[in-house]
Design a protein around this ligand. Structure first.
Ligand code: FES
Ligand code: FES
Length: 168
């Protein structure tokens, strides 16, 4: 029988306490125990990027972590990108405008990587966006729409940041 352990962690701003098998992956915990199925599982060995979430604000592959390693940490999943009223965030709006997805399987992971990366790289050029996206496999889109969406979202986030600074 699998050994179990109690963990407490914050996911999308909400605190969860659960008792989990010590060998359960963080991805399976998020999907099967918290029912946040926006986080997808593709390769399950760190290659495709579909399972990317934010761990204390930094992008991480949730298939490569155990749920027990997330004890006390802050997790953000794709479900947390929209506002409390369900309004899409800047990244999501840009993906919709540029048809940056087809089947959508890769999309949650790409959105979460961009959510982290654009904070640290607010004014990227196309080559930098393409290099960042090399950590994600998309079988459908050919990436062009994703690149356009990322560049436009970056510009919108810069404008939002400048406006917030003006308002202070
Ligand atoms: S499912 Fe985690 S990287 Fe592919
Ligand atoms: S939209 Fe289908 S895998 Fe990317």
């Amino acid at each position: 029988m699998d050994e179990k352990r109690k963990i407490a962690l914050t996911v999308n701003g909400r605190v969860y306490e659960r008792t989990v098998p010590v060998r359960l992956s963080l991805a399976d915990f998020i999907r099967d125990h918290l029912h946040l199925t926006g986080t997808h599982l593709g390769c399950e060995h760190g290659v495709c990027g579909a399972c990317t979430i934010l761990l204390d604000g930094l992008s991480a592959r949730s298939c490569l972590m155990l749920a027990v390693q997330a004890q006390g940490r802050r997790i953000d999943t794709v479900e947390g990108l929209a506002g409390a009223d369900g309004a899409l965030g800047a990244l999501q709006r840009a993906f919709r405008r540029h048809h940056a997805l087809q089947c959508g399987f890769c999309t949650p992971g790409i959105l979460m990587s961009l959510a982290d990366w654009l904070k640290r790289t607010p004014d990227p050029d196309e080559a930098a966006v393409r290099e960042m996206l090399s950590g994600h496999l998309c079988r459908c889109t050919g990436y062009s729409g994703i690149v356009r969406a990322a560049l436009e979202a970056a510009a919108e986030l810069r404008r939002e940041g400048a406006k917030e600074a003006d308002d202070v």
